[in-house]
Design a protein around this ligand. Structure first.
Ligand code: IPE
Ligand code: IPE
Ligand code: MG
Length: 228
């Protein structure tokens, strides 16, 4: 892996294609998700090495509850296992964990694990690993607007200050794997001026080299923000 520092500060990934990865191999969905977690580990380590300030990963959407119960519980099991097994590495590597979405509505054992992980990494100053859990962008915006309205006037700034992502660097690059070209209710507000890269690679096959390639493409883009 190259140690080149990149010019993006905040990258987000819609990690899609675990199901198709498993189906192609006649394996259960859960195995695809398990391999997906391995990709998370490798790609998040690479993001730190490349000097990203924040990496936001879409792990479970507010719509993913529509999936079969056994798939949802396999995903929740993997999430628990991931926090338990990787927390020490985050503490050691100065990674700050942040969760966006309605994660407090998850099962009490997961909420307790997350609370502990957040507390133990809160003072870390390296890369922020943001995991979107029970996250829906429309829900996030509605919650933010409700809070902003309760405090006074509604404005772009007052809503933005209440988003789950408040305090993170602006989103530079949004990547989606698996060939789908849609946002699926992810970071709709934050993506206003983000660059987007869509790749056909299924998430379990996504490597640090794919991340580097997306960042190389990002560095070639001209960002104009509506100006001349
Ligand atoms: C993404 O993979 C992981 C989650 C949504 C949790 P999918 O499970 O959506 O994979 P496909 O889209 O069925 O291939
Ligand atoms: C988006 O993928 C959610 C996550 C990656 C967690 P989905 O697979 O749920 O999206 P759709 O249903 O294809 O739009
Ligand atoms: Mg999918």
């Amino acid at each position: 892996m190259s140690e080149t520092k990149c010019n993006a500060r905040h990258v987000a990934i819609i990690m899609d294609g675990n199901g198709r990865w498993a189906k192609k191999r006649h394996l259960p969905h859960a195995i695809g998700h398990q391999r997906g977690v391995e990709a998370v580990r490798k790609v998040s380590r690479a993001a730190r090495a490349m000097g990203l300030e924040a990496l936001t990963l879409y792990a479970f959407s507010t719509e993913n509850w529509r999936r079969p119960e056994d798939e949802v519980s396999a995903l929740m099991g993997l999430l628990k296992h991931f926090i338990q097994s990787d927390l020490e590495e985050f503490v050691r590597d100065n990674v700050r964990l942040k969760i966006i979405g309605e994660w407090r509505a998850l099962a009490p054992d997961i909420v307790a694990l997350i609370d502990d992980a957040l507390e133990r990494t809160a003072a870390n100053t390296g890369c922020t690993l943001v995991v979107a859990l029970n996250y829906g962008s429309q829900d996030e915006i509605a919650r933010a607007a409700t809070r902003a309205a309760a405090k006074g006037a509604l404005s772009v700034e007052s809503i933005e200050a209440e988003l789950d992502t408040a305090g993170l660097p602006p989103l530079d690059l949004l990547i989606r794997t698996s060939g789908e070209v849609r946002l699926s209710n992810f970071l709709l507000w934050q993506a206003a001026y983000a660059e987007m890269v869509f790749v056909d690679t299924l998430w379990p096959d996504f490597t640090p080299a794919h991340l580097e390639a997306a960042l190389a493409e990002f560095s070639q883009r001209e960002r104009r923000y509506g100006g001349r």
